[in-house]
Design a protein around this ligand. Structure first.
Ligand SMILES: [Zn+2]
Ligand SMILES: [Zn+2]
Ligand SMILES: [Zn+2]
Length: 330
């Protein structure tokens, strides 16, 4: 009897990650179908893999599986907004990891929240740079441009940074989601006094000196004081960081719930932003407890090494709402 990867699960609803040739299960970053060998091209406008779309011109260099667009001389919608420095271009293996993290994030912003980062003010762009001797790269966001250090696609470098900064979780896709959170603040909260008031009521006043707050954060030993109010230690550094972390965690939640639904593990109606945030959050809590234990069953680290306290969940709810409303403006 023929078996399929999902045979033990119970797929419910539309399964979007399907090969256009054989309808077998494929995965977000796949270039070819493991079942039938067909070339896979993801069409972000249609939200599915298509057999007919042209390749992005960065298919080989960045292992990009999105469809190319004529308007951007053959680059896909994600690669067209990606600037790669010469140093980063010299390490296509590292750059490809970050390009995939950007595609994954843009895809969920679009599919879950209806956000078109091109139509926002400022539009969202990514600069991929590579830190090396004499050229440190500062990861951050300014005026819609997110700067990322592809050196952290190297797992040794990533682990050194993670341990140095005492973080339980640090990944390329985590960086993309966090920095995109700063962009959401710039596009949604900053231009609107009503939004600013809502933000300050929960996150505090962001007009306090950012550099001084960050210096104080790094000076203070982590004795766990933040655990009753913040999702992570870094979130406690400044209201901007708290918001960016809240957006990042909402995007973690969204992608993991979506992935679970695609794989037949969850009812899809519970996992999209049309469902109430509190219902999705309950689902997420139950799921991550079991996923953490599964990771431990393999001797690995927890998939989601966080236990957000109620005030942090309130902030995630506001971040989710900001994402939705940003999407409704697109
Ligand atoms: Zn196939
Ligand atoms: Zn591309
Ligand atoms: Zn930040």
């Amino acid at each position: 009897m023929e078996t399929t990867p999902n045979q033990a699960l119970r797929p419910q609803g539309a399964l979007v990650e399907r090969c256009p040739s054989c309808a077998g299960r494929v995965f977000v970053d796949d270039l070819t179908c493991l079942r039938c060998g067909a070339e896979l091209v993801f069409d972000p406008d249609a939200g599915r893999f298509s057999g007919a779309s042209p390749y992005c011109i960065w298919r080989l260099d960045r292992r990009c599986n999105w469809a190319g667009q004529a308007a951007t001389t053959g680059a896909c919608a994600a690669c067209a907004g990606l600037w790669v420095t010469d140093a980063a271009a010299g390490r296509p293996d590292l750059t490809a990891t970050y390009a995939a993290a950007v595609r994954r994030t843009l895809r969920r912003l679009g599919e879950a929240y209806g956000i078109d980062p091109e139509r926002a003010a400022p539009p969202l762009r990514f600069e991929l740079d590579l830190s090396h001797d004499g050229h440190p790269v500062t990861i951050g966001h300014a005026n819609g441009v997110v700067t990322l250090d592809v050196a952290e696609a190297d797992t040794v470098q990533l682990e050194i940074q993670r341990r140095t900064l005492g973080e339980p979780y640090r990944t390329p896709v985590g960086h993309v989601r966090h920095e995109s959170g700063h962009w959401v603040w710039a596009a949604m909260v900053e231009p609107d006094t009503g939004e600013q008031e809502r933000f300050r009521a929960l996150f505090g006043d962001e007009r306090v000196d950012y550099a001084a707050a960050l210096a104080a954060h790094y000076d203070r030993p982590d004795d766990g004081w933040w655990r009753s109010s913040f999702v992570s230690h870094y979130a406690a550094a400044h209201p901007w960081e708290d918001f960016a972390e809240s957006v990042a965690h909402v995007l973690h939640l969204d992608d993991v719930l979506h992935t679970a639904a695609v794989g037949g593990l969850l009812d899809p109606s519970l996992t999209t932003p049309e469902a109430a945030f509190d219902d999705r959050y309950r689902c997420w809590t139950d799921l991550t407890i079991e996923l953490n234990e599964m990771a431990r069953a393999m001797g690995g680290d927890d998939l989601y090494p966080f236990a957000p306290p109620p005030p942090a969940v309130d902030k995630m709810r506001l971040a989710d709402d900001a994402l939705r409303r940003l999407g409704s403006r697109s």
